[in-house]
Write a protein that binds this ligand. Structure first.
Ligand code: C5P
Length: 312
């Protein structure tokens, strides 16, 4: 049986197709505090999400399709190994087991973010696929409880990307405590357009047991963040020495704090205002036209359902 429509509006939405923004994930800080027997690292990470990202659309179709466009479409293949296809197949399997129909869908991915760059990428695309197909198939009410487990089976960062809200992430990244009072932060993102292998960065870590985060006793986030670190930055710099240069270039534009996100190589700088961030990004693009620089602003920590999304 098909999933029962929640309302006439969502029925109309689904017929016309749905759209999702797969927001760039930013690790404002990332401490590696241990390692599990299976090799995955235990983290404490402050994560948030930007107002830029890949764009996905989902349309009813006669058969499953996946097409990719955008500035970074050349770096990934639209085949079954793509995290978007894996998310679609995983969700269909789950719904079919429940006797629901998950009809064929044409998915289009506009790849706007550099690939293998420490800002979510494939994880955000997988999470957006789960959200988008749940809406297309009008199945939110039937699958919401299982989404976190399905998301985690696709990657350690996929559960946080489902929510796209500021959080303190623990475990391997799946144990999420919302950070409701994290303000919107104007940013510049910079990347030297050299992909980085996450497992390789983790394998170069000298210490797997670093100090965790102290209790957050300040209302000034810049002061707090400046006391924190990204433990993956040193090993990533061994692989991509340009990380140091990108960070210094962003700092020289007046950033209040610069750091690498995730396993790199994307670095971010926090600016006093969106206008300053835009100005800095424009100046950096002139200085290094061969690199990626983009102004953005992070989302705030307003409460929202993990799966509630407005079309973008
Ligand atoms: O879970 P995901 O496939 O995104 O992780 C990619 C790789 O990054 C893992 O295979 C693992 O080598 C490494 N990783 C890790 N610890 C984490 C997250 C990822 O060691 N918490």
């Amino acid at each position: 049986m098909p999933a029962k429509p929640a309302s006439t509006t969502s029925e109309a939405d689904a017929a016309a197709g749905v759209a999702e923004l797969a927001r760039a994930k930013i690790n404002l800080a990332l401490h590696v505090v241990g390692q599990r027997p299976d090799g995955y690292h235990l983290l404490e990470s402050l994560v948030t999400f930007a107002d830029i990202g890949d764009r996905l659309t989902f349309m009813p179709s006669d058969r499953d399709r996946l097409t990719i466009s955008g500035p970074f479409s050349g770096s990934i293949a639209p085949d079954a190994s793509n995290l978007v296809a894996r998310a679609r197949d995983g969700l269909r399997h789950l719904l079919t087991k429940r006797g629901l129909t998950a009809s064929p869908a044409a998915i289009h991915l506009e790849k706007n973010l550099p690939v293998a760059s420490g800002i979510g990428g494939g994880s955000a695309d997988a999470a957006a696929t789960l959200r988008g197909l749940l809406r297309l198939w009008q199945a939110e009410a039937f699958a919401a409880d299982d989404m976190d487990a399905l998301a985690l089976s696709l990657g350690a960062d996929v559960p946080m990307c489902l929510r796209e809200r500021p959080a303190l992430a623990r475990g391997i990244g799946e144990d999420l405590s919302p950070l409701a009072d994290l303000p919107a932060l104007p940013l510049v993102l910079g990347n030297p357009l050299r992909g980085v292998s996450t497992p390789e960065v983790f394998s170069r870590l000298r210490s797997k047991r670093n100090p965790g985060m102290e209790a957050f006793g300040t209302s000034d986030w810049i002061t707090l963040l400046s006391r924190l670190r990204n433990d993956l930055e040193d090993p990533a710099r061994e692989l991509v020495p340009e990380i140091g240069e990108i960070s210094a270039l962003i700092a020289a534009q007046g950033a209040r704090l610069t750091r690498m996100s995730g396993s790199g190589a994307t670095c971010f700088g926090i600016f006093a205002s969106r206008a300053e961030a835009e100005q800095a990004a424009a100046a950096l693009r002139t200085l290094r036209p061969d690199w990626y620089f983009q102004a953005a602003e992070t989302v705030t920590g307003s409460p929202s359902s993990p799966l509630s999304k407005t079309p973008n």
